[in-house]
Design a protein. Structure first.
Lengths: 645, 137, 177
């Protein structure tokens, strides 16, 4: 049976991981590297087979497998049978292991004659991580567990979960979390290096960190995108503990990338990079723990199996305890040999790292504070959106400000005058565009204006510097004279994308316009400059649902039709579920978003209309960051190959 | 059965789902006076829906959320101030019902620590700057 | 300074993990909200009773004997199962049970109780959840133990079942101490 085979390959994978550990622990020589190649490749092969076995069980709807029974149904479209594999706890852990095996393999490929002790040490740590997760899966969360009874069909037919964005969101996140495990392993290996070994551990670490961070960014973006169009509020971030669990590693990963840049160029901030590499991964697994252990749930949900929680916690305690104690002992070997002024590129990175860490600490505090209160008193409190908005947002603002001008500073102390000369065009443009914006929209919202100013500041700085850099390609001398460090494509795109992201965030948060009214057929209402007419209501039959669909015609100020919006209320008879599907019209300036509520012919229907300015820039910005990350990865891999191999 | 529910709940938690029917605040509940209605919406956005994952009563479609929304509007019409309404609710449901944590002794760490982190951060940066200026000189 | 600082992350880490362990191991239920009325007197309120349509004045009804206040409704499935245990408690004659019919249809409730049995000495009508809100009720069924001095000593969230009946009975006994 395929499922037993899948389970069997997990056990083989476990033995191979243990083999990898044992081999890596021995004093390495070229022979042990050969065996390690076997262990690592075998491990990858086994996890692939295991994963595909589970996919097979889902695709053929093998309900003798408990996991398939719980999460699938014959009526599911094939695509969602496939994505249901990782849409549950056990299956998603199997995906974790697969991604671990893939990264494990790429670490293996870095072996050379000169670095085999270092790489072996890295693989040793990585093997421990692999074993830890494998034990967790095999003994507490095995996707291949069998059912006790025979079932004709499964339970997994929840239509809300059958969505493309929701389907792709977990794999992207896992590439992120697991990628940071590689950084963790490199850090542990680096701390165990002896003086004589002249290994540039940071060159090894960086491509993995960039890969992890890039995919984490787009993973979070997809999660928010889904929330935006599915949950019906025009909102895309709720400071929910689950969201915070992904945002904290993202923040720390950002600080880590920038620290590695400084380490490469100036050989300082090494101890920062090491600590961040350890802590980013710890936050990734603590985050996973928090949302799966049931420790952070709302009032009416079940506590998940505490045995699982205790296992993960013990694993985290061992990994974290060892790495942080090692850091405590060894970090003095990595102290800054040269200090630098904070009016320099490395200085601005240091300042921003500090701010990022403070923001992360605040989110951590807010997320865990209710638990702390529970421990020390009999009370329960909530720490919701208002707390995070009033603390984290102001904290991040100076970081965004510095982000605008940081890339323009050169390494080592920069002359304030020179920076001003480089940046004043952007300053002017920012002020001009802000004033134009203010003139058109007349918004007196301070926070909004601040958001616009900050994002324009970043965008103009990047654009102008990039244009200058491009132009001066033909005037190399001048560029060198000016001593401006070159902007790489990856960095320019990521920063530009971030600026666009901030515009989207500002627009949609500050200037959202909501209208909730009851409308009868042929009634009309206005929002901003749009006139919306409730044209008709119809019954629709979908593949597995019945729906009531409202037809709304949207006209602009000149009475031209802009679009037809068709929000629905859907009823799924199999699950006895009702959902609402918002209808959204998007353009570069705003989203028009309509949700149909309950109602009837006589009294009319409740209609919620949202005017969400600039939302699309969130998704565009995130995509550009993602592309920038990919460019950066490619560039850095070429560099690594040159230096190391 | 429990395990199934667990997996379903898990996915719900993982993907921060809200109750499937986003009916939420009903125009029939609206107060006539737009200023008072705005107050009601603002207060509602700060009151947690106790039977939902992570929503305010303003967004939630739960029955309890609706009851509380109506109650708040009645209290506003009855002349209660915002603080009085919050006290009314926390007397009955505890501080848990407030999405913005109150300013008490027990939350003093929550509200002051970010600020303390900032001060500490600034201190660290200035120390670093001092040291580097010394060395450069 | 640097040396001391670098130990800090590991210490912080252990403290945080310790608190997580404690939370996992301790007998907490993340889905239950503690009541704000424990060890406080019963809220003062008036209501109409279901069967004889009289006025119920709280100050007259509490403070004499151990009383259970049970919030229920006909549309609540666990409430049906709970009735068995409520009847058992009522038959002991050590206490009285006041039912609060929460957001329900009075006619339906009368029929429901006729069919299944009535453990309540009095039944109050709470058609708009206001009584429930005054008691901090957020879901049903919920049962409060009020001692003979009129002080609320315990709130049970969820139905009385085979599993928790004995424990609940112990809490009733303890409420008088």
């Amino acid at each position: 049976m395929i499922s037993s085979f899948g389970n069997f390959t997990l056990w083989i994978a476990l033995s191979l991981a243990i083999l990898q550990l044992l081999i890596s622990m021995k004093k390495s020589n070229l022979l042990t590297i050969k065996f390690n190649r076997f262990a690592v490749k075998g491990f990858l092969l086994c996890t692939l087979i295991s994963f595909f076995s589970l996919i097979y069980c889902y695709v053929v709807s093998d309900f003798s497998v408990l996991n398939v029974f719980q999460n699938s149904h014959t009526s599911k479209p094939l695509l969602y049978k496939f994505t249901a594999v990782w849409g549950n706890h056990e299956g998603s852990m199997l995906l974790w292991i697969l991604v671990l095996a893939i990264f494990n393999y790429y670490i293996l490929r870095l072996y050379t004659q000169n670095n085999f002790i270092f790489i072996s040490k890295t693989l040793e740590t990585q093997a421990i991580i692999n074993i830890g997760f494998l034990l967790f899966i095999i003994f507490t969360s095995n996707p291949f567990e069998r059912t006790l009874q025979i079932h004709d069909n499964g339970l997994g037919f929840n239509p809300i979960l059958q969505d493309p964005a929701l389907a792709i969101h977990p794999p992207l996140l896992y590439v992120g979390y697991v990628g940071f495990s590689a950084a963790f392993s490199f850090a542990v290996a680096a701390m165990n290096l002896k003086e004589e070994e002249n290994i540039y551990w940071y060159y090894y670490m960086k491509p993995f960190v960039i890969a992890a961070w890039t995919f984490l960014t787009i993973g979070i973006a997809f999660g928010s995108l889904w929330a935006y169009y599915e949950l019906g509020w025009g909102g895309w971030w709720f400071w929910d503990p689950v969201e915070n669990a992904s945002f904290m590693p993202w923040l720390l990963g950002t600080a880590l990338i920038h620290s590695l840049i400084v380490v490469e160029k100036k050989k300082s901030l090494k101890s920062w990079a090491l600590l961040l590499a350890i802590v980013t991964f710890l936050f990734s697994i603590v985050g996973t723990f928090l949302v799966r252990s049931g420790i952070l749930t709302s009032v009416h949900s079940f506590a998940l199996d505490p045995a699982r929680g205790i296992y993960i916690l013990t694993f985290i305690a061992l990994l974290g305890g060892y790495s942080l104690t090692l850091y405590g002992i060894k970090s003095k070997n990595f102290l800054n040999k040269n200090y630098f002024s904070f009016f320099s590129r490395e200085g601005s990175i240091l300042v921003n790292n500090t701010i990022i860490i403070i923001a992360c600490a605040t989110i951590f505090l807010g997320t865990l504070y209710p638990l702390l209160i529970e421990i020390f008193s009999n009370n329960k409190i909530s720490v919701g959106e208002p707390y995070f908005n009033s603390t984290v947002v102001p904290i991040m603002m100076p970081a965004i400000l510095i982000m605008g001008v940081g890339p323009l500073m050169s390494w080592n102390k920069t002359d304030i005058k020179k920076v001003f000369l480089r940046t004043y065009p952007s300053l002017l443009l920012t002020i001009i565009v802000t004033c134009v914006f203010f003139y058109i929209y007349r918004s007196y919202n301070m926070l909004g204006l601040l958001g616009i100013i900050l994002s324009l500041w970043i965008i103009f700085n990047i654009l102008i510097t990039s244009i200058n850099q491009f132009r001066s390609k033909y005037k190399k001398k001048q560029f060198i004279k000016e001593d401006i460090p070159k902007l790489s494509i990856g960095m320019a795109m990521s920063h530009l994308g971030f600026g666009l992201l901030i515009i989207g965030i500002t627009g949609s948060s500050i200037w959202q316009n909501e209208k909730i009214i009851k409308m009868k057929i042929n009634a009309n209402t206005t929002i901003q400059n749009y006139n919306i007419v409730f044209n008709e209501i119809s019954d629709i039959q979908g593949p597995n649902y019945l729906a009531i669909q409202g037809n709304f015609l949207v006209y602009d100020a000149k009475k031209n039709i802009v679009t037809k919006l068709k929000p629905e209320t859907r009823y799924y008879p199999v699950t006895n579920n009702t959902t609402t599907e918002a209808s959204i019209h998007t353009n570069l300036l705003r989203d028009l978003y309509i949700v149909l509520g309950k109602g009837n012919i006589n009294e009319g229907w409740i209609v919620r209309i949202y005017y969400n300015p600039l939302v699309i820039w969130i998704w565009i910005g995130a995509s550009i960051i993602f592309l920038g990350g990919l460019f950066s990865m490619k560039n850095h891999l070429t560099k690594v190959k040159r230096i190391i191999l | 059965m429990t395990k199934t529910l667990l997996s379903i709940i898990f996915i719900f938690i993982l993907t921060h789902i809200s109750p499937t029917i986003t009916k939420a605040v009903d125009p029939d509940e609206f107060l006539q006076d737009p200023k008072l209605e705005l107050r009601a919406r603002k207060i509602s956005k700060n009151i947690r829906c106790l039977v939902c994952q992570n929503q305010s009563i303003d967004e939630s479609s739960a029955a309890l959320a609706k009851d509380l929304r109506i109650l708040i509007r009645n209290k506003i019409k009855g002349g209660y101030t915002n603080d009085e309404i919050y006290i009314f609710l926390t007397d009955r449901y505890g501080d848990f019902i407030l999405l913005k944590p109150s300013f008490k002794f027990s939350t003093s760490a929550l509200w002051s620590l970010p600020f303390i982190f900032l001060i500490f951060g600034i201190f660290v940066i200035f120390q670093h700057n001092k040291k580097s200026n010394k060395i450069i000189k | 300074m640097k040396k001391k600082l670098s130990i800090f992350p590991s210490i912080l880490f252990f403290l945080i993990l310790l608190s997580f362990f404690y939370l996992l191991i301790s007998d907490r239920n993340p889905s239950k909200l503690p009541s704000t009325f424990i060890d406080k007197p019963v809220p003062i309120f008036k209501a109409k009773t279901l069967i004889d349509n009289k006025t119920f004045i709280s100050t007259e009804e509490f403070g004499q004997e151990t009383t259970l206040v049970n919030f229920f409704a006909t549309w609540c499935k666990p409430c049906v199962e709970e009735l068995v245990f409520l009847k058992k408690l009522a038959s002991k004659n050590e206490l009285k049970i006041i039912g609060v019919n929460y957001k329900d249809n009075s006619n339906k409730t009368v029929k429901w109780l006729k069919e299944l049995g009535n453990p309540y000495s009095k039944i109050l009508i709470d058609s708009n959840a206001l009584i429930g809100i005054d008691w901090g009720v957020y879901g049903i069924p919920e049962t409060f133990i009020v001692n003979s001095k009129g002080i609320i000593k315990y709130r049970l969230i969820g139905p009385i079942t085979e599993k928790n009946y004995d424990e609940f009975y112990v809490k009733i006994k303890e409420s008088e101490k």
